[in-house]
Structure formats: C-alpha cells, structure tokens
Design a protein around this ligand. Structure first.
Ligand code: SAH
Ligand code: SF4
Length: 358
C-alpha cells in the first residue's frame, strides 16, 4: 500500500468514530470496517471521546450496584455458562429471603443504594415468591433501586414484579445474530424470544439493560455490527458487556478467552453511541486484567457492581473459571476500590444512579 493510501485507510477509522459521535449511529458496513481493522491509536481516540462524554453527563461520579447472586440453579443449558443445567459439577444453592435481606443490610451500611438480584433461571422462585421478595426488599429499603436479572420469564411475571417495586432489569441479548445465537445456545432458546423479552421489559417501564460477551465463540465483525444495530433499535438504559471467559465444564470450555483491548474499545464505542447509558466496568473485565475495572472506567464506563453475596456461596456461583470472590470486586473491598478509583480521578457515590434524561 502506498503511504498516502495507508494514511487515508488509517483516517477512515477515526472518521467513523467522529460520525458515530455526531449522529449516534453507523451503517452496518461502517461497523464491519471499524471492527475489522482498528489499531491502538483508534482505541485511544475512541476512549478519549468516550471519557469526555461520560464526564459531561456524570462528572467524575461512579455508581455502585450491590450484586446478590441468589440462586445457582438454572433450567437453561447455555453452552458457555458454568451454571448450565447439564453441568453436574456445579454446586447449587439458593439464598433464603432472610439471607438476601442480610446482604441488603450489609450493602446499605456500605453505601449501596442499588441491589441487583441475579441468578440462574430458577423456577423454584415462582412469581409469587419473587413478588414477595421484591416487596420485602422495597419495604425495608424504599430509597434503594432494585434490579432483577433472572432471565426469560412471562410478560405477566415481569409486570407483576414491576408493580411490586422492581425498578430495573438486566437481560443480555448475548448476540444480535441468529446463527451466532445458535452457536452459543441449544435449539430450545432463541434470539427472537430474547428480543421479545427485552421489548416487553422496556415497554412495562423497567430501566432495561441488554448486552453481550466480547469474544464469545463465533463472534465476528459482522455479528458485532448486529449487536450495535440491535442496541440502537432497543434503546436500552444500561448495557452490560464483558469478555467471554471459558468455563472448563461447559461445551465451550476450550474456546479462547475474549480480548481485553476489544472489550475496552467496545465500551468506548457504546458510550459514544448511547451517550447517557449506564455502562458498567464488569467483574469479568476485572477478572482477566488486574486493572480491568479502572481501564473500563477510563474507556467510558460509569458503573461498578461489587459482589454482596454471602462469602460462603460466592465460589459456587461460577459462571466462568477464575471468577474473583475475595478482593476489590467484593463489597467488603469497597474502601479499596474507592481508593483505586480516586487514584484515577473518580469518586464512588452513594446514590441510586437511575437512568435519566440529562
Ligand atoms: N441467568 C441470567 C443471569 C445470570 S448469567 C441470564 O442468563 O440472563 C449473567 C450473564 O453472565 C449472562 O448474560 C452472560 O452474558 C454472562 N456469562 C455467562 N457465562 C459467561 C462466561 N463463560 N464468560 C463471561 N460471561 C458469561
Ligand atoms: Fe442459566 Fe444465565 Fe447461565 Fe444461561 S447464562 S445457563 S440462563 S445462568
């Protein structure tokens, strides 16, 4: 390639990033071009814009969410996840309502004003039980937001729980492309159903989060372009992304781990595209790199989700190998995390941190 052609090629990526900033969207071909060839300079260019946008909307404030992993039972068989029902080695547990309330109590004292109830798709938690749990938590902590992340359920159930006081719902779409969805999930699961759930949740009034794993087996520039298109269509309030990390007792246990740099680049692009979105630097990102969380924030994230689950069950909630369970990702490590984020110029705040039109 001649020098001038090389320079034009290189400028192309930055021009896509500029266009994304100005219009909040890119055509499929542009996304594919961007994901197919980018370099460190492009990443730094995107990160700098993303940080400026996050700074404009959130200042130097970082919202915290207390994650309560309340059940490790799951009726699904996602090929990537250690909690899948066919993994006989998985240790199963369920927290009682009392144990969950104790987690909230500890979290409240530590300054958390959002609790996230996350678990496998566990039908022991019937609509009634979920509703009772939600009411108990909201009654005791009326000033806190409650987020649910319990997978695909009926619209009527989502509605009941919303009416009982749940505020937000996280349901990653995992990939925006049908064929890729089938690489990651057995036939009984479908992207169409997933998308329906997300539309229902949004329609009911939940602050709704979608998202995907970065570097999941079969992911490509084309499938990522579909992710971006779906996110644009849904208009989520939150987006959760983190690297795919293999779990040895799953069908995808020998696949390669997701790329750290690409995860950071995607965080930046998501911030530039969906400017006010709530964007966590996830535990998975902190798992594959000791400074993953800080790097995520410097790439445009504005949320962290420390673990509030009882220490005794943390190891059992093994969705991927090497998941941390004793350090700064844990709620007890909040002071440490506070110091680390302060070092890079950010401050953890004790607020609900709702999505709002800013
Ligand atoms: N059962 C619920 C919530 C728990 S799983 C659900 O599936 O929505 C939460 C998220 O963990 C999933 O959406 C998936 O994106 C992520 N996850 C599962 N296995 C993973 C792995 N091996 N590596 C990285 N993330 C994983
Ligand atoms: Fe179950 Fe969620 Fe894991 Fe799928 S990703 S197996 S639904 S816990």
């Amino acid at each position: 390639m001649s020098d001038s052609l090389y320079i034009i090629e290189k400028m192309k990526q930055k021009r896509w990033i500029d266009k994304l900033e100005q219009t909040g969207n890119l055509e499929r071909e542009a996304w594919i071009s961007l994901f197919s060839e980018y370099d460190e300079e492009d990443q730094a260019y995107a990160a700098q814009k993303a940080r400026a946008i996050a700074g404009y909307f959130f200042g130097n404030q970082i919202y915290i969410r207390g994650l309560i992993e309340f059940t490790s039972y799951c009726r699904n068989n996602c090929y990537y996840c250690g909690l899948r029902r066919d993994n006989e080695k998985a240790e199963r547990y369920r927290l009682t309502a009392q144990e969950i309330l104790s987690c909230c109590e500890r979290g409240y004292t530590l300054g958390f004003r959002t609790f996230v109830l996350q678990g496998g798709e566990d039908l022991w938690y019937t609509d009634d039980r979920m509703e009772a749990l939600i009411r108990q938590i909201k009654k005791k902590y009326p000033d806190c937001a409650l987020t649910l992340s319990v997978g695909e359920r009926e619209e009527a159930s989502y509605r009941r729980w919303y009416e009982a006081g749940a505020d937000r719902y996280l349901l990653r779409h995992e990939t925006g492309e049908e064929a890729h969805y089938a690489v990651l999930h057995p036939q009984e699961m479908s992207l169409a159903r997933r998308k329906d759930c997300l539309r229902q949740l949004r329609g009911i009034g939940y602050q709704t989060g979608c998202g995907f794993m970065v570097g999941s087996p079969g992911q490509s520039a084309e499938t990522l372009a579909e992710d971006m298109a779906w996110i644009k269509e849904l208009g989520p309030h939150m987006i959760g992304i983190g690297p795919f990390i293999p779990h040895k007792d799953t069908p995808l246990g020998k696949a390669a781990q997701g790329n750290y740099r690409l995860t950071l680049f995607l965080l930046s692009l998501l911030r530039i595209m969906e400017k006010q979105v709530l964007l966590p630097a996830t535990t998975a990102l902190g798992t594959i790199h000791p400074e993953g969380r800080e790097a995520g924030i410097l790439a445009g994230a504005n949320v962290v989700m420390p673990n509030l689950s009882p220490v005794s069950v943390r190891k059992k909630y093994a969705i991927y190998d090497g998941k941390k369970h004793t350090g700064e990702e844990a709620a007890e490590g909040i002071e440490n995390l506070r110091r680390r984020l302060k070092r890079i110029g950010y401050e953890i705040v004790s607020k609900r941190g709702d999505w709002e039109e800013r």
